[in-house]
Design a protein around this ligand. Structure first.
Ligand code: DC
Length: 240
């Protein structure tokens, strides 16, 4: 199967898709929590690619880059040194993200970055740079990679691709609960509206829009616990 990248060029084949699991899905579909548990269970490395788009967004904000200037964002993506340092063994959630040597991990989930990241991640040149790094990491093998385009673009030959979905109402409820637990005060309505806006940008953008790979295991997680989703993926793995 040949999948073309955003620029229309055939991407270089990753050599070890074979040892990777691709997990995609919209905001608050549970993919990070499921990816983390799976990585722990299998002893694989967890790579949350959203952190990379958030990291490049931190850099753009720090440098005062115009978020509507695609050429400037592409140049930033091409020259930035983004380094994901895996957490200590057994703790896939403890990864640190460094941009040009600075640790930006603590800022990745800030409202400022959350508001800007969709504008940065829709730029084809930024995506090309991030995809190249993601494939390099996957080449090391035994990776659970989480994102929006992992099954469709980054690791199209991964033997197991899961696409997690849930209704907009359920995802808003989950994200609202998460924010409340973190001490934030946004109402459910505001969280739902932000989520709808991000869904819209992520799924309608030209470059690698969010969608399930044709051969992905699509899981509606609305009425499932995290462990039930993990079990469904492990069962699919054992059958493949
Ligand atoms: O999963 P997240 O909320 O941390 O993702 C942050 C942003 O990055 C979001 O706008 C979607 C985008 N993203 C993407 O376009 N491709 C990925 N592989 C991962 C995230």
């Amino acid at each position: 199967m040949t999948i073309e990248n955003e620029a229309g060029a055939a991407p270089e084949r990753p050599s070890s898709d074979a040892a990777s699991i691709a997990i995609d899905g919209p905001v608050a579909s549970g993919k990070s929590a499921v990816g983390s548990r799976l990585a722990r269970h299998l002893g694989y490395r967890l790579v949350d690619t959203g952190m990379m788009y958030r990291a490049i967004t931190c850099l753009a904000l720090d440098e005062g880059t115009d978020l509507h200037d695609e050429a400037a964002l592409e140049a930033l993506g091409a020259t930035a040194n983004i380094d994901i340092k895996p957490g200590p063994a057994g703790d896939p959630d403890a990864a640190r993200v460094l941009v040009n040597g600075s640790d930006v991990t603590g800022r990745l989930r800030s409202p400022e970055v959350g508001e800007a990241v969709s504008l940065v991640s829709r730029v084809p040149g930024v995506r090309r740079a991030m995809v190249a790094i993601q494939r390099e990491i996957a080449n090391e093998g035994r990776v659970v990679m989480v994102g929006r385009d992992i099954g469709t673009v980054v690791l199209p030959d991964a033997p197991l691709k899961a696409y997690l979905d849930a209704s907009a109402a359920e995802r808003a409820r989950r994200r609202h609960a998460e924010l409340q637990a973190a001490g934030r005060t946004e109402t459910l309505e505001v969280v739902g509206a932000e989520l709808a806006m991000r869904d819209d940008i992520d799924s309608k953008r030209d470059a690698s829009p969010l969608r399930p790979a044709h051969d992905a295991l699509v899981i509606d997680t609305d009425k499932m616990t995290i462990q039930q989703v993990v079990d469904a993926i492990l069962e699919a793995m054992s059958c493949s």
